[in-house]
Design a protein around this ligand. Sequence first.
Ligand code: CAA
Length: 295
Amino acid sequence: MKNISVIGSGTMGNGIAHVFAQYGYTVSLIDISAEALQKALGVIEKNLERQVSKQIITTEAKAIALSNITTYTDLKAGVAKADLVVEAATENVELKLTIFREIDKAAPASCILATNTSSISITKIASVTQRPDKVIGMHFMNPVPVMKLVEVIRGYNTSDEVTSTVMNISKMLEKVPVEVNDYPGFVANRILMPMINEAIYALYEGVAGVQEIDTVMKLGMAHPMGPLQLADFIGLDVCLSILNVLYEGFGNPKYAPCPLLVNMVQAGHKGVKTGSGFYQYTAGSKDLIVAERFR
Ligand code: CAA
């Protein structure tokens, strides 16, 4: 395996391209927008530079990693030589199905088609291709260059051989792959999202404030971020959409998203990316300030 195509150059896509390029793979980074691709290269450069300043990699390794990445706005051209495609486009079922139909036609017959989806069924995505045995979930965590886990999700028809190839390639990236089966939320989000939802309920019901809830979980459970800060970091719209997948997939009211979360997303307060969520964010500042509404 040498040629990796990454579809989508947002936070997850650029992180995935970064790690494959860092470990010597030839990466085709694909996005519909040339501007988004330029921005992604800038982010990758900045994150590689962080690793240089922390002496994780050398300046030379940074230059090699950057030279391993070529950008494409044409999906067909971008996957034409791929051994492995990792799709990290927007978390939207119809969009993903369209992309998988296209890459199934354009990528070599032997190519493995992976998706970084955080909650959409791998089996459903595989069903629109002619190679369901070669479709698999490869769920990286944000920030990809830092987080060790890759949740490897087997669809109903994913073969043993493809699973073992993807487990091995994850290890080549010095990640720790964990194999799981394809049920709503897989393992990561089936456990993480109800915790975040419960933290939002605790705030909604007035049990405690934003900072108090996050401090309990940070200092009491040694989580690097409290659940409300983590929700802002992931994106409140993403949390809501994953909770809805759990709610609909299991038909169990315990997964129903908290009305406060629904309201915040509808009001456009989606966390870090919109500048406000449970906290408010100013570009360039590392200070964690509780949003005015929750003070
Ligand atoms: N690229 C490279 N390095 C990065 C980076 C990036 N994008 N982002 C952070 N880093 C490095 C920093 O350089 C720093 O390195 P050192 O430890 O060597 O100093 C280290 O990561 C820590 O970064 P910071 O000092 O800036 O900040 P921090 O100590 O507050 O850590 C954090 C930031 C790593 C994000 C940490 O707060 C954390 O682990 N948070 C929880 C993250 C998490 O839970 N992620 C999973 C989200 S769920 C998901 O992704 C999947 C889903 O389906 C929803």
